[in-house]
Design a protein around this ligand. Sequence first.
Ligand SMILES: NC(=O)c1ccc[n+]([C@@H]2O[C@H](COP(=O)([O-])OP(=O)(O)OC[C@H]3O[C@@H](n4cnc5c(N)ncnc54)[C@H](OP(=O)(O)O)[C@@H]3O)[C@@H](O)[C@H]2O)c1
Length: 283
Amino acid sequence: MGRYDGKAALITGGTSGIGLAAARLLIERGARVMVTGRTETTLDAVREVLGDNAVAVQSDASSLADADALADRVRSEFGALDVLFANAGITRFAAFETVDEATYDEVFAVNAKGPYFTVQKLAPLLNAGGAVVLTTSVANVKGMPMVSAYAASKAALRAMTRSLARELLPRGIRVNAVSPGPIDTGILTRTIGPAAAAQAEAGMLANNPMQRFGRPEEIAEAVAFLAFDASIRPNHAGPPHCSARYPELRSAVAKPFIVSRMPRATSSESSPARRRRSSSTCI
Ligand SMILES: NC(=O)c1ccc[n+]([C@@H]2O[C@H](COP(=O)([O-])OP(=O)(O)OC[C@H]3O[C@@H](n4cnc5c(N)ncnc54)[C@H](OP(=O)(O)O)[C@@H]3O)[C@@H](O)[C@H]2O)c1
């Protein structure tokens, strides 16, 4: 028996890189997974690779009409969802002075507006105790050159993760984000070509404490943890302030899941401890 038998997950941008690695892992552990992408040939290839427990759907993550259609498809295929992994994203490399309006709008449409409305349209299908995971990036805090629009879009996503965590809390739905550093998915080469990618990668490696790129499978493990395993806390009473602030949660927190925000710092805790405890929605 798999750990996630009987569970259903939707992964946007699940046909490549991090999303595909997450799809493989969840399926390997027993879940049924719907993946989305834009490119029909890639979707066909992914249907072969992932097998019968996967449904691959063409859907543009920046389109609200596609998000509505995706919700209909999830309803007809799965009935309901346990996990929504809003992962689809694009990178655009350009010096700040050269970024035009179309590029800025494209990046924000896919990386910020897309996940926002995907969560809005799909959240009604999430079971209580379910989870949303979003993919932001270490660029949301690092001040990296050549990716100003991308970094800003991922910072917007980080901010909305925190608000959505609060808004979905009464339904017992946890909302978290992963913030990967550079991951070896080929996204750079596909975006800017091999020569420029090699140069950019050398710079990233030099600034990376691990001195290597991460692998998509490593991020997939973190996603699976946030999606499922972080909720398994038998006998966990839940953060006291949640049930106090949201009376409707009193019965829910008695069930085995943890919520996205940590308990409030006590008055005896130092400021750094308070800061650590209040920034728990992104890993
Ligand atoms: N790789 C890194 O170093 C890194 C670091 C931090 C954060 N991230 C983030 O991680 C996520 C995945 O990145 P990755 O490196 O795995 O990229 P990837 O290998 O290029 O995969 C991107 C996936 O998103 C899909 N996608 C892109 N735009 C889409 C759209 N408008 N609608 C629907 N699907 C769309 C792609 O499908 P199509 O090919 O069909 O478009 C593909 O399935 C992104 O949000 C990215 O910003 C990546």
